[in-house]
Design a protein around this ligand. Sequence first.
Ligand code: SF4
Length: 341
Amino acid sequence: MKPFVPQLVYFEPNALEYPLGKELWDKFNSMGLEIRKTTSHNQVRNIPGDTDLEKYRVAKSTLVVGIRKTLKFDSSKPSAEYAIPLATGCMGHCHYCYLQTTLGSKPYIRTYVNLDDIFNQAEKYIKEREPEITRFEAACTSDIVGIDHLTHSLKKTIEFIGKTQLGRLRFVTKYHHVDHLLNAEHNGNTRFRFSINSKYVIKNFEAGTSPLEQRILAAKKVAEANYPLGFIIAPIYIHENWKEEYSDLLLKLSEALKHIEVPDLTFELIQHRFTKPAKRVIQKRYPKSKLEMNEEQRKYKWGRYGIGKYVYLDDEANEIKEIMMTRIEKFFPQARIEYFT
Ligand code: SF4
């Protein structure tokens, strides 16, 4: 799979006052991309397309280069103290992606060029928490690796955090374009996580992302570059032959990593769930999706803000957990596992 190239690029005029903004302007011009101006990255108008669906598709391959004005970082508890805002939006077409609902009518991709402001803010947060560690999550609102071959903002962030005593960085990706990150001076302060799944889930619900084999190969390179490594398997989804396919996934992974030392390997496992608002958006944007979201076959679990989730019935949930945990414990006895039903 080729690295992402935007179909259309917008610039906030002030972005050109920053070195990264200027660099991206020159780069996209020399690539011959269509470039437009926009007053604000929050108000990009006139994205081409005759229908909502067409506009959505074009937006998913539109990159907006802007300035991050809100420098108050969101919380990313429990796995990190803060979400570090490097980008918003993603070019992937994962049907179940929670950005479908959280980004609402702004599915285009935004990258922020005022990195020094963002790093200064991160430094303040680290200072406030001294002598505790402060963890930053870089993939709360995007798949940052998927666009980093263009911007290198993630690479700069890895190196910035690498220089701190008490800062830590983490992110997750479904993309394999990691080569430029391998020589970053991370000093062990960045945890690189790959999102992986069964053949069926990737084929049917993760359009526009890297194939499994490429993700695993990238994970191998990342482990060889001595980054702390982790995997997320989410959503764990019941489909025909799911037990065999998830076992096969873990076997493949253990084969790939067998000659590499991976200290402190982590797994995060999350079973499939959906909310009613998410279901509505998914059905609108991916009308032919095979993603099963039948409320009657699920258990309702109360959630925050009054929006409950539909999770697997207890028997199914227990079976998934049992199978996944035993397989991981068998292939990766040293791994730390976090499990969410
Ligand atoms: S790659 Fe990640 S962020 Fe992008 S659409 Fe898929 S799930 Fe969402």
